[in-house]
Design a protein around this ligand. Structure first.
Ligand SMILES: [Cu+2]
Length: 164
């Protein structure tokens, strides 16, 4: 009896990890305030898509943030910019890379089939702008992700000090 129960739990976990048939699976979802901007936050997660897909958008309730963008952080000197509008020096100064970091809106993130793409400090992230109330540790909110092919997906985000 107990053995059957464990087997069912194991199968359940496998199904969750694969996110259904060929959809996208999200794992390790968390968020934090931007270290440099009180009115901004960043969401990090790992995305794995069964089929090649593209993350093309993200949104939250307006009670959480007024605007959501898909960003990438990179060393400031790695990028000669022609559109300074899209650029903010912020975030990720605490990544210990020793140089100034900058981030830019990328609009979308390519998800190769079967590969996990990590949105993490110092790289891709989902930027929350015009945050209504500064994020507090332990806060939870829903984030809606939009893909080119897969169905829209809602994930629960927890505000944490570091990745789960
Ligand atoms: Cu950003």
């Amino acid at each position: 009896m107990r053995r059957l129960f464990l087997l069912m739990v194991a199968l359940g976990l496998v199904a969750t990890a694969c996110g259904g048939d060929d959809g996208v699976a999200a794992d390790g979802v968390w968020a934090r305030n931007s270290p440099m901007m009180a009115s901004a936050g960043a969401v990090y997660l790992d995305l794995t898509s069964g089929d090649a897909d593209t993350l093309i958008g993200a949104s939250v309730e307006s009670s959480i943030a007024g605007k959501v963008e898909i960003h990438e952080t990179a060393p400031a000197d790695a990028e000669m910019t022609d559109d300074s509008d899209a650029e903010m020096t912020d975030d990720s100064m605490d990544e210990g890379m020793g140089g100034a970091m900058t981030m830019r809106e990328v609009g979308q993130i390519t998800l190769p089939a079967g590969e996990t793409v990590n949105l993490e400090p110092g790289g891709y992230h989902i930027m929350l702008l015009d945050v209504a109330t500064p994020l507090e540790l332990g806060d939870k909110f829903d984030l809606t992700l939009t893909f080119e092919n897969a169905d829209e997906m809602v994930v629960e985000v927890e505000v944490r000090e570091q990745a789960p």
